[in-house]
Design a protein around this ligand. Structure first.
Ligand code: DHE
Length: 521
């Protein structure tokens, strides 16, 4: 995209630094005239993404003005620089960062009305329509041009490439047999895709601004965590029909919260919910009917839960009280313990799910990115490794006594860490700072960095996923002119390079459905 002259940029320093125009343009009218057709009259999105402060949180106001002026390459967003004056563009950008007078509504009716059925499930084939191993496929999210590719994990060729909803985030979630995969966009769109016939099956908009989704262990229910509106939405996974909307409110229904994330706890047959603004964790059993008893009824404050179960209310809430909100979780392989981190304080705590309370503060100083942690056996005990978002170190934690075993210094803070049961190595990217093109290879036995790769000097490299056998490690070059590089996981030599548009995450079907210890779930 062409960059704007600095004089113009100065005008776009929004919102506080923006000089008042002599005659302020009518931004609402401009929006209706120029933007509403694609982004919706209510700014909730249409063919283009939603344009609300919550949805634009990751965009700087000056960048929003740049996009209006110059357009966005490889999208349908045109340039308005020749049609609108500088003042008009600045007013429009400022308008997008202003909350609407009426808070937008998105409840059961809106969700149901948004549902799109692409294919009649009855017409889907009864076997994969290609000769690749359906359980060794990789689902590759290409965030540069908002596409998803399906890669054959043995031959490393694309079986399909399709347009996704705008800005997918978080790991897509697979049905337990690996046949269907579900994606979530930051705009709240859930897409169910059939990996046998390589086509979209259905879509629904579950929220306006969403965080991630989880699937029940039996593949029947999807749960979507929303910032806007602050709620958890439960969907029938097969039809994407909404089952229940649970507003994120405290016990007295006074204070509300955004929902940070939702996770599956397969051994407990429940969803675990992280709340951004309330010092609570929710556990929601999803059985139908709900179980008569539930593991962990040991505290009187769970009386509400007992009553909910007795009344056969579906999706009752068990509330686990905390000292502070926690917004990023990791689980031990038995799902008896949850490790939660607070983005605001950087603290991490261990919560025992059966007794339903925090049992230990974790000695992590660098704001762990727990969603990307992994575990392995080390000297007869289980350890977890997690990158840190604001410290150049990988933390290694003993999962029996929750002590810090080691901090491995790295070249910069990282986002993702990956390994595989059959590999002696863990891969940890450097995502921030001048060494963002580096990836460390850590020996899981010695807990030492044994190699640092710079696959494409100067370009960010990050996010690794192994194939189902642990023979290959696939790494993203995080660039619009990017690639997925396939490495031999033992020799660490490059064996293939697949061009891709800012490939963010990639997900191996087998590793996900078997809950491989080396990847996220
Ligand atoms: Fe993510 C997963 C939260 C920013 C790419 N990210 C997750 C998960 C959470 C999370 C809770 C696990 C959910 C899951 O997979 O079901 N991410 C957050 C944030 O709070 C944060 C820091 C700020 C935000 O704006 O949301 C954040 N994440 C980013 C990015 O900037 C990344 C690098 C680029 C992007 O696409 O937005 C990014 N996050 C990812 C990816 C995963 C992810 C690729 C899935 C990793 C996996 O392998 O499972």
């Amino acid at each position: 995209m062409r960059s704007l002259p600095s004089s113009l940029l100065a005008v776009f320093l929004l919102p506080a630094a923006l000089p008042a125009a002599a005659q302020t343009p009518d931004a609402a009218a401009l929006y209706t005239r120029e933007c509403a057709a694609c982004h919706g009259a209510d700014r909730l999105g249409g063919t283009g993404p939603a344009l609300l402060p919550e949805s634009l949180r990751r965009l700087k106001p000056e960048r929003a003005a740049e996009v209006i002026a110059a357009g966005r390459i490889a999208t349908q967003m045109p340039a308005f620089g020749d049609r609108l004056t500088e003042d008009e563009i600045a007013a429009l950008a400022r308008y997008l960062f202003t909350p609407p007078a009426e808070p937008p509504q998105w409840g059961m009716a809106e969700i149901e009305a948004s549902r799109v059925i692409h294919v009649d499930t009855a017409s889907l084939p009864d076997r994969p329509q290609y000769d690749a191993d359906p359980l060794n496929l990789f689902v590759l999210v290409e965030s540069g041009d908002h596409h998803v590719s399906i890669l054959d994990g043995d031959r490393f060729v694309r079986l399909a490439r399709f347009k996704s909803r705008y800005a997918l985030h978080g790991g897509p979630k697979f049905s337990p047999d690996g046949r269907f995969v579900h994606f979530l966009s930051r705009d709240g769109w859930v897409t169910r895709y059939d990996l046998w016939s390589l086509q979209k099956v259905a879509e629904v908009r579950a929220g306006i601004n969403s965080r991630n989704l989880a699937i029940s262990h039996d593949g029947k229910v999807l749960a979507v965590a929303n910032y806007l509106p602050g709620n958890l939405v439960l969907l029938d996974a097969k039809t994407l029909a909404p089952l229940k909307v649970i507003p994120a409110l405290d016990m007295w229904k006074k204070a509300g919260s955004r929902v940070s994330a939702v996770y599956q706890a397969p051994t407990r047959q429940s969803f675990i919910v992280a709340l951004k603004d309330l010092p609570e964790i929710w556990e929601i059993p999803y059985g139908d009917p709900p179980p008569a008893t539930f593991p962990g009824f040991v505290h009187s404050y769970e009386k509400g839960m007992v009553e909910a179960l007795a009344s056969h209310e579906r999706f009752p809430i068990r509330r686990i009280q905390l000292e502070q909100p926690l917004d990023d979780f990791f689980f031990d392989p038995s799902y008896r313990h949850l490790i939660g981190a607070s983005r605001s304080t950087g603290e991490a705590v261990v919560v025992q799910l059966e007794v339903g309370r925090p049992i230990k503060k974790l000695p992590l100083a660098g704001m762990p990115h727990l969603g990307s942690g992994i575990t392995w056996e080390w000297q007869g005990r289980r350890v977890m490794g997690t990158p840190n978002l604001n410290k150049a170190a990988i933390s290694i934690i003993d999962m029996e006594n929750w002590s810090l075993i080691k901090e491995i210094p790295t070249l910069g803070p990282g986002f993702f860490m990956r390994s595989h049961e059959n590999s002696p190595y863990a891969w940890a990217d450097v995502f921030f700072g001048p060494d963002r093109d580096a990836v460390h290879i850590i020996d899981k036995r010695s807990l030492e960095i044994v190699r640092t790769l710079r696959p494409v000097p100067g370009k960010v490299s990050g996010h690794v996923e192994f194939d189902r056998y642990g023979r290959y490690a696939l790494l993203s070059i995080w660039d619009r002119e990017g690639a997925v590089i396939v490495y031999d996981a033992e020799t660490l030599e490059e064996v293939a390079r697949i061009p891709a548009s800012k490939p963010s995450g990639k997900y191996n079907v087998w590793n996900k459905i078997t809950f491989s210890e080396g990847t996220s779930h």
